[in-house]
Design a protein around this ligand. Structure first.
Ligand code: ATP
Ligand code: MG
Ligand code: FE
Length: 356
């Protein structure tokens, strides 16, 4: 089916058009520059930016794909999780389009879409699949038995997301926002073993064993790591010494990447998942890709990483998941659903809740 998908959960306004597993258009407009001076996404600004960008982004996606709204078989939109006001702009736009065109509308889960997008790069996804999602807002390990029916959350961050940790550490090192790309680059000039920063939730009391799993076996924590980096920097500054920025960046990155790759591979091994998909904006990280590939190779796990433009937030991922939802025969969501800023990953699509 020809599906048009709309994404507006955070700071990217995205409209994507797919035909089954074929990508026809993926137009993204971001308000990131407007958040730079605040060091993080400001919800109110993001919502306004979506309102400005939505229709031009839609127009450009249709032009790129060379299709008209009449050609579309179905519409899709992110209902959650994400920023409430930001989500509302996308959902309102999608409902208006559905009313105007009479096409069915599917409300889909943003996180599951980060996995579903995999079909656009490398073809159909295997049934039993693990997913490691790392972005500015999420750090999660998923077990997927069916992308349209059965998604389970195995573990998640209990405080900051990985991308958020990159952004906060970059800020305290005076490297600007977003922090991920700068730290990634700087780390190449530093020594990742120079400073041993804490690996969150990796003590035996949290991890346990395969037979007797600890409460946080597959969970993450990055706020202690961020504090450790801050203390380290403060100590240098207090002594009037120059902070070894490249070594700090490399050692911080090593701590993040070490835990997430270890836990993701452990989850796959223990749940019989022979395939792992990496998604989210932090998937662009060069060290993460390298170490995850090496550890997957040793464990006999096939790793899939969609190209970067499909890993960061975009509309094509929403369209790609909806195409699979349509193919699985799931009913459309109707027009009486709301946004769900905290939509759990187990809720793949939303049903029409409003009964008149
Ligand atoms: P969501 O969490 O809803 O997916 P988001 O906008 O926060 O939304 P993305 O756009 O997917 O997430 O990713 C942005 C994050 O990715 C930022 O925190 C940024 O620092 C991080 N990032 C981008 N490139 C890299 C990189 N090379 N290394 C590490 N982190 C990176
Ligand atoms: Mg973003
Ligand atoms: Fe995302």
């Amino acid at each position: 089916p020809l599906i048009l998908g709309i994404e507006s959960s955070c700071d990217e306004t995205g409209v994507g058009i797919v035909r089954g597993t074929e990508l026809l258009a993926n137009t993204v407009s971001t308000s990131m520059e407007q958040h730079v001076r605040f060091g993080g996404v400001i919800p109110e600004i993001a919502s306004r930016a979506h309102l400005e960008a939505m229709v031009p982004t839609l127009q450009r996606a249709l032009d790129t794909a060379g299709v008209g709204l009449d050609d579309v078989d179905g519409l899709a939109v992110t209902s959650g999780p994400g920023l409430s006001g930001a989500l509302m702009v996308g959902v309102a736009a999608a409902k208006a389009l559905a009313v105007a065109t009479g096409k069915p509308l599917y409300a889909v889960n943003h996180l599951v879409a980060h996995v579903g997008v995999g079909v656009l790069d490398g073809g159909e996804l295997p049934d039993r699949l693990g997913a490691l999602l790392v972005s500015g807002g999420h750090t999660e390990i998923l077990k997927i038995d069916s992308l349209t029916e059965d998604v389970e959350l195995l573990g998640a961050t209990i405080d900051d997301a990985a991308g958020e940790a990159y952004d906060k550490v970059a800020r305290l090192l005076g490297l600007g926002y977003p922090g991920g790309p700068v730290i990634d680059r700087l780390a190449k000039e530093g020594d990742g073993k120079a400073i041993r920063f804490p690996r969150g939730l990796s003590l035996p009391k949290f991890v346990g064993t395969a037979e007797a799993p600890g409460k946080h076996r597959y969970d993450f924590s990055f706020s202690g790591l961020k504090t450790a980096v801050a203390r380290f920097v403060e100590q240098y500054q207090a002594k009037g010494l120059e902070v070894p920025v490249a070594d700090v960046a490399a050692s911080f990155q090593e701590a993040v990447v070490d835990v997430i790759t270890k836990k993701a591979v452990m989850a796959c091994t223990e749940h019989g998942m022979e395939n792992l998909l990496l998604g989210g904006g932090v998937a662009a990280n060069s060290r993460l890709r390298q170490l995850l590939q090496a550890r997957c190779d040793s464990a006999g796990i096939a790793l899939r990483i969609p190209k970067p433009s499909l890993c960061t937030d975009n509309g094509a991922m929403i369209a790609a998941l909806a195409a699979q939802v349509v193919a699985a025969g799931v009913a459309p969501s109707g027009l009486g659903f709301a946004t769900d800023p905290g939509q759990p990953v187990t809720q793949i699509t939303l049903a029409d809740l409003h009964k008149v």
